[in-house]
Design a protein around this ligand. Sequence first.
Ligand code: KIV
Ligand code: ZN
Length: 387
Amino acid sequence: MSPERVYIFDTSLRDGQQVPGCKLRKEQKIAIAEQLDVFGVDVIEAGFPISSPGDFDAVQAVAGIVKNATVCGLSRAVANDIEVAAAAVKNAVRPRIHTGIGTSDSHIRFKLNSTREDIIERAIAAVKLAKSYVEDVEFYAEDAGRTDNEFLARVCEAAIKAGATVLNIPDTTGYCLPHEYGDKIAYLREHVAGIHKAILSTHCHNDLGMATANSIAGIENGARQIECTINGIGERAGNTALEEVVMIIRQRLNHRYYTNVQTPMLKNLSQLVADTMGMPVQANKAIVGANAFAHSSGIHQDGVIKHRETYEIIDPADVGVDHSSIVLTARSGRAALAYRFKELGYHLRKDELDVAYQHFLVLADQQKEVVDNDLEILFNEKIFILI
Ligand code: KIV
Ligand code: ZN
C-alpha cells in the first residue's frame, strides 16, 4: 500500500500566540505565515478574528498573502464570531472557518451552563452558518479528550450532516494517555455515520508531556490531520510540536504516511518563531534544540566520529542543521580532541596529541566547554614548541 498523506495544520499564529507575552503584530504574523507557506504546511490558522481588531487585521492580511496553504480563522459557535471570521478569511485562496463548542460534561455544565441536546443544536447552527460563507468548515469539539465517546460521536455526526469537512478532536487539557486518544479516534471512525466525508484531526496539548505521542496515536487510528505549532508553543504547556510529528513520520512511519513539508527549513523556522515571539527554545528540545545534534561524552563522540549513525537517528541536514557538533568538555576523549584540531587545520601526531590531551584536561576541568579559541592557544603555546 502506498503511503497516505497526513495534513499539517499549523496553529503557531493562533494557539501558539496564546502564550503570555507572545502576542504578534500584523507584520510579524505575515513574516511567519510567508515562511510556513513556503515550508509547505497545508493549513495556517492565522488567528481568532473576533478577539480584537488587531487580530482581525492580521488574519485578513495573512489571508491576502498566502499563496498555497488554506488560511483558517477560529470562532466560537456564536453567529457574530463566525461572521467576523468569514470576513477575515474572505480573500484567501483557500479559506476555512474553524468553529466549535465544548462537549465534555465539565464544559457543558460549568462553562456553558447548558445541556447535551442544546450543544448539538448549537454545533449544527454554527457549522451551517459557517458553511454559508465557505465550503471548507472545520468543527472542533472542545475538551473532546474528556468527552464521553458516545456523545462525542453524536456531535460529530451532526456536524458532518451540517456540512463540516474536518472534525477536530482536541485533547484541550492534555489529559489523555496515547492509547485512550487513539481509541477515541478509532471509536469515531467506527461509530459516526458519514465519517468518510470528513477528515479527522488531532489537536493535542502537552500538559502531561504526551501531545506528540497522542497525535501519533491519533494518526495510527485514522486521523489524517495534525494540529501543531513550531517549537510546541501554545496555551499552558503548549501544543504538539510540529517538528516532532513531521520527523516521526519521516524517520519512523514513512512506509505508511507522508507530509508535504520541506523539513530542511525546520531549524530556521524554529529560530524565526523563537526570535519573533521572544520564546527561546530549550537546548535539549527534540529536533531543533541547540543540543539536538551535539555530542559531549567521550564514548558518544568516538562513535559519532567513526560512524555518525551510532548515536544519531536523523541526518542534521534533513532538519536544516549544518552538521553534528562535537562539544569538548572534561568528558571528551582523545578522538574528539584530534577531530576538533583537525577541523581547525592541525593534524597532530600521536605524541603531540598525548601532550595536548593532558593540557586540555586541565583546561576542561576549569571551564564548562573548551572552544576553538582555546584550542588555538593550546596549539600555539604547548604543541608548537614540540614541533
Ligand atoms: O485546545 C483546544 O480545544 C482549542 C480549540 C479552540 C480548537 O484550541
Ligand atoms: Zn488548543
